[in-house]
Design a protein around this ligand. Structure first.
Ligand code: IPE
Ligand code: MG
Length: 226
């Protein structure tokens, strides 16, 4: 969710005002996804690299994360939304970790939309922790294959994403779901995250609909199969 800082700067406001506006935008996007029948929404809220930001901004982001956990989870639950967090959670305060555990437990059986927040997450970290789990379980090397590894990733129980959206004009993956994005359609927009709304989401979905997903096959094969 990129572009909060620039959105604020354009308005001569402090960066944190952009992050606050970003939380509002996220609320709208979650609602829009639920209304459109999207089953999985995963957002990159805080990367393992974001700790490198100025201490003050990091603290404000943590504060905002905590407030959101305190204030938004009940509404997610009322709307039958399952909430998950993936990432190295031990990097967060005890308070945040316990709010996350409670929110996940409260919403675990909800079925309308699975909303996942990647926090202190990195795609490389995810692959490494999956390998560690395989090794800790003593899985023999001949049994280490793509499906065995995929089963140890943080979101092993969810389908690979169909569509990846990056806001804010940057055209990179920045260590998001590296493994799972292998065949995902990528969509880049200059829209800053605080301005990313249902209309912007529909534009991304419309772009997605024009794509032909071949998964390595030829265009002719895909057409005759459908
Ligand atoms: C939000 O946008 C991303 C977070 C890490 C919370 P940015 O803070 O990267 O905004 P820009 O890129 O400075 O505009
Ligand atoms: Mg940025």
């Amino acid at each position: 969710m990129d572009g909060n800082g620039r959105w604020a700067k354009n308005r001569l406001m402090p960066r944190v005002a952009g992050h606050r506006k970003g939380v509002e935008a996220l609320r709208g996007v979650i609602r829009a996804c639920a209304e459109r029948g999207v089953l999985y929404l995963t957002v990159f809220a805080f990367s393992s690299e974001n700790w490198r930001r100025p201490q003050e901004e990091v603290s404000l982001l943590m504060e905002l994360f905590m407030r959101a956990l305190e204030n938004e989870v009940a509404r997610l639950h009322e709307n039958n939304i399952r909430f998950r967090v993936i990432g190295e959670l031990s990097g967060f305060s005890e308070r945040i970790q316990s709010l996350i555990r409670d929110a996940e437990a409260l919403t675990r059986d909800n079925t309308r939309l699975t909303f996942t927040v990647a926090a202190n997450y990195g795609g490389r970290w995810d692959i490494v922790q999956a390998v560690q789990k395989l090794m800790a379980a003593g899985v023999p090397w001949e049994e280490v294959n793509e499906s065995a590894l995929a089963q140890q990733l943080s979101i092993a129980d969810m389908p690979e994403p169909d569509l990846f959206i990056r806001t804010g004009g940057e055209q990179r993956i920045s260590n998001f779901l590296l493994w799972q994005l292998a065949y995902t359609e990528l969509y880049f927009t200059g829209t800053l995250w605080p301005e990313f709304d249902a209309v912007a989401l529909d534009a991304a979905i419309a772009s997605y609909r024009t794509r032909e997903r071949r998964f390595g096959r030829t265009s002719e094969q895909v057409k005759s199969a459908s």
